[in-house]
Ligand binder design. Structure first.
Ligand code: BTX
Length: 321
């Protein structure tokens, strides 16, 4: 809007200094209360706004904001991300995606938030994020696939994210079976694939992606296991650029997948898999299996070869690195 533009101009003209509420009110020709509302709107959009009594407001420069416009601008996909729904704050983008699906949203719809307050991982685990620092998004797909094929989409998402990180950040990230992306032995991203189906058929898939981008510090419970792209690269990144790269890579891999099947995706996945062809321990409810990690099957099952050359198929486990 014009007000937003005028505000941003005013702040860019004053660098890091504070601008008093009265100055802003004069500039916009509005009341002090209206100024407060406008500043809050900027905050909702992801700007870092500091308000100090008797001094006024300060807008942190170079904040990495996300908005629908920013995401659409320059995006060259034809399906993936052609509809983007942005929420400054939401409980979980997976839930918003479910609601949109019920309203008949098209394939390729992306839900993004600047702050996810109740992020979910697998098996009702919690996915933590900090306002303004990370990517939390959910992509809606409606492919014609069998039940067995659906796990393949998680792998497709992982290779897309790895390729986008390589392109935007220049770092070789690795994939930890089944759905984590690691850098320097720490988790930088998690993928959560959920099916929306009725007893007859699978109707859609919602792929949730949580990526630690500019976060510099983590909650005590994940401090030792989590990292961010900024910590790994030393650079503050623009989230919208990374989101666009992920959407672009995803579309390319998705088209390849729909025409050529899972084989090329699987090869790419294995190339980036942590511990591929190496000795691993897979811990599950049934105990610990040890052996060489030989890859994944077409339905995403981990293949492990034990000391007696016997193959084991692991459906669910935690891999120790
Ligand atoms: P997961 O179950 O594999 O991983 C969850 C585990 O990861 C947690 O138990 C915790 O130990 C650790 N963890 C939690 N938060 C972080 C973090 N920020 N960085 C590193 N480790 C963490 C992975 O589940 C799938 C996560 C998907 C998240 C996306 S965000 C957008 C979408 N909406 C939503 O609610 N979930 C998905």
């Amino acid at each position: 809007t014009d007000i937003r533009k005028a505000l941003l101009e005013l702040f860019s003209a004053t660098e890091t200094a504070f601008v008093s509420g009265q100055t802003i009110a004069d500039h916009l020709n509005c009341s002090r209360t209206a100024v407060w509302k406008h500043m809050n709107a900027l905050k909702e959009e992801g700007f870092l706004v500091e308000a100090v009594r008797n001094k006024g407001y300060r807008l942190e420069q170079n904040t990495d904001q996300i908005s629908e416009n920013e995401l659409y601008l320059g995006l060259k996909t034809t399906v993936i991300g052609q509809k983007i729904v942005y929420h400054p704050e939401t409980s979980s983008t997976q839930l918003i995606a479910q609601q949109l699906l019920h309203q008949g949203t098209p394939e390729g719809t992306l839900v993004v938030t600047n702050f996810q307050t109740a992020g979910r991982g697998r098996l009702s685990r919690v996915w933590l994020s900090q306002p303004g620092d990370n990517i939390a998004m959910s992509l809606i797909l409606k492919p014609q696939l069998s039940m067995q094929q659906f796990p393949q989409l998680t792998f497709l998402a992982s290779v897309s994210i790895v390729a986008a990180i390589k392109e935007v950040v220049g770092i070789d990230a690795q994939i930890k079976w089944p759905n984590d992306i690691f850098i320097d032995g720490k988790k930088v991203c998690g993928v959560l694939t959920e099916l929306v189906s009725d007893p007859e058929e699978v109707k859609a898939v919602i792929i949730g992606m949580g990526i630690n981008v500019n976060q510099a510090d983590f909650a005590p419970e994940i401090k030792t296991i989590a990292t961010s792209l900024r910590l790994a690269s030393g650079e503050t990144l623009q989230r919208s650029a990374l989101i666009q790269a992920i959407l672009t890579k995803f579309e390319a891999f998705y088209q390849q997948y729909l025409t050529e099947g899972f084989a090329p995706i699987k090869r790419n996945w294995e190339e980036h898999a942590l511990q591929f062809n190496k000795h691993i321990k897979a811990r599950s409810l049934k105990g610990v299996l040890e052996g060489e990690f030989k890859g994944i099957t077409d339905d995403g099952v981990l293949v492990l070869q034990d000391a007696n050359d016997e193959l084991h198929y692991v459906y669910s486990a935690d891999i120790e690195v």
